[in-house]
Design a protein around this ligand. Structure first.
Ligand SMILES: [Zn+2]
Length: 214
C-alpha cells in the first residue's frame, strides 16, 4: 500500500499515519523525521540541509526531493509506505510522481484530512506542554487535573511555543497557499480520499479505512 496523508497543521495526520502504518505494516515516513535523520548524517545533503535551516529558510524543493528519494530507496519501502508532510508543493508532488514511476509503483490513495482553519486555530491554541517532563495536555480533549499544573510532575504548564496564535496562523497560511492546491492535483488523478477531519480519532480512522478499501 503506497499512501500519502495530507491535512493542515493540527489536523491529526501524524496520529492517523501511525495507525495506518501499523495496520498495513508499512513504514511511516514523516518529513520531520527524515529531516532530523538527514541532519545527523554528515554528508553533502546533511550539510546543505543544516545550512538552509540555520538561515531560517524553507528547505528548497530540490533538496527536499533528494532527501526523500534517499529514504524511499531503502528496502523497507519496497512494499509500501505512508508519507506524512511531503510533498508540500506541486513541484514536490511532480518529483515524487516521477520517482515512483522510476521505481515501478505509484500512490494507491491520497488521504486528505479536511479540517476548517478556525477549528485548527482553536485546537492548537489549547495545547499545553510541560517543559519539565514533556507531558502534553489539551484544554478541551485532555485537560490536566489541576489547572495549569502537570499531572505527572506537578510543574507548571505552558502553551506550546510553536502554537502561539501568530505562528499557527502563519503555518496555516503557508499550508493554504502551497499545499492546498495538492488536493485538486490528486483529485484529478482520482486517488483522493477526502475525510472529514474534525471528528474524533477513531471515527476519522474508520472513514479512512472505508475509503482505502473501496
Ligand atoms: Zn511534567
Amino acid at each position: 500500500m503506497f499512501l500519502l496523508i495530507m491535512g493542515p497543521p493540527g489536523s491529526g495526520k501524524g496520529t492517523q499515519a501511525k495507525v495506518l502504518a501499523r495496520k498495513y505494516q508499512i513504514p511511516h515516513i514523516s518529513s520531520g523525521d527524515i529531516f532530523r535523520q538527514a541532519m545527523e548524517i554528515d554528508d553533502v545533503l546533511g550539510k546543505e540541509l543544516q545550512l538552509a535551516i540555520n538561515k531560517g529558510q524553507l528547505v528548497p524543493d530540490e533538496l527536499t526531493n533528494k532527501i526523500v528519494e534517499r529514504r524511499l530507496l531503502q528496502e523497507d519501502c519496497q512494499k509500501g509506505f505512508i508519507l506524512d508532510g511531503y510533498p508540500r508543493t506541486i513541484a514536490q508532488a511532480d518529483a515524487l510522481g516521477l520517482l515512483l514511476e522510476r521505481l515501478g509503483c505509484g500512490l494507491n490513495k491520497v488521504i486528505n484530512l479536511d479540517v476548517d482553519s478556525n477549528v485548527i486555530i482553536g485546537r492548537l491554541s489549547k495545547r499545553l506542554l510541560c517543559k519539565h517532563c514533556g507531558a502534553s495536555f489539551n484544554l478541551i480533549t485532555n485537560p490536566p487535573r489541576n489547572e495549569g499544573v502537570c499531572d505527572t510532575c506537578k510543574s507548571s504548564l505552558s502553551v506550546r511555543e510553536d502554537d502561539n496564535d501568530k505562528t499557527v496562523v502563519d503555518r496555516i497560511n503557508v499550508y493554504e497557499e502551497k499545499t492546498k492546491p495538492l488536493i485538486e492535483y490528486y483529485n484529478k488523478k482520482k486517488i483522493l480520499c477526502n475525510i472529514k477531519g474534525d471528528v474524533d480519532v477513531v471515527e476519522a480512522t474508520k472513514a479512512i479505512l472505508a475509503c482505502l478499501e473501496r
